[in-house]
Design a protein. Structure first.
Length: 251
């Protein structure tokens, strides 16, 4: 893969947060970018801002994914970069967790990665070139209390990453995971809101509680995750890796 000017990148969950930062970096480097996600308004606005295309798709719906990827390929050519970023987090103690929450977290965060990867990887292999980057989490590398379903899903993403890296190692396709720690996005804002509501702490106290796990005592910025994704996409020999972007939380 020589640069990004001749690449077609699909970024799921590309309308906001980490996905939007990655899409911005990709378009800035000259790639043809297709944003995917469920929120039509966010996708349309970000695509217009970047001069990118977008496809509305639910990553848990295989027919929706197949249609979106087929249309994207017709518009911009074979997908040569896939960033599986779509996901969500929700906290609940296991003993009180609604089964539907477990199913939803696994469906979006793990099965969604499978669905999108399967929609793109064969064409990459036929082309003899491709990059798949799964946005996992430090929750894919360690455990956190009260987010067992999210941890299970993200650990599954790491396992899928490693297995596919071996399967496609001789076919020009690399598969890696980027694992951010707590990142300055809407998800963190929602987590802080829930801590405040549940504990009566101030927002500053709630944020401080989250920052305890980061040795740098700060949130990761989406642009830092995007820069790591861009770097990984330029590497030929790096595959099957899980790269933490977390201020030293994972060593």
């Amino acid at each position: 893969m020589n640069g990004f000017a001749d690449q077609h990148a699909v970024v799921t969950g590309g309308g906001s947060g980490i996905g939007a930062a990655i899409a911005t970096a990709m378009t800035g480097a000259g790639a043809r970018v297709t944003l995917m996600g469920r929120n039509t308004g966010k996708l349309k606005d970000k695509a217009a801002e970047l001069g990118a295309d977008f496809q509305v798709a639910d990553v848990t719906d295989r027919d929706s994914v197949a249609t979106a990827f087929a249309t994207a390929a017709k518009q911009n050519g074979t997908v040569t970069i896939l960033v599986n970023n779509a996901g969500f987090a929700e906290a609940a103690p296991l003993g009180k967790m609604d089964d539907a929450l477990w199913d939803s977290l696994i469906a979006v965060n793990l099965t969604g990665v499978y669905n999108c990867t399967k929609a793109a990887i064969n064409a990459m292999a036929e082309l003899g070139s491709g990059r798949i980057v799964n946005i996992a989490s430090t929750a894919g590398l360690k455990g956190y209390a009260y987010v067992s379903a999210y941890c299970a899903a993200k650990h599954g993403v790491i396992g899928l990453t490693r297995a596919l890296a071996l399967e496609y190692a001789t076919r020009g396709v690399t598969v890696n995971a980027v694992c951010p720690g707590y990142t300055n996005t809407e998800i963190i804002e929602q987590a802080i809101d829930k801590i405040v509501a549940a504990t009566g702490r101030s927002r500053e106290e709630a944020l401080a509680e989250l920052l305890k796990v980061n040795p740098q005592q700060r949130l990761i910025e989406p642009e830092e995750v995007a820069a790591t994704v861009m770097w990984v996409c330029q590497q030929e020999s790096i595959t099957g890796q899980s790269i933490a972007v977390a201020g030293g939380e994972i060593m």
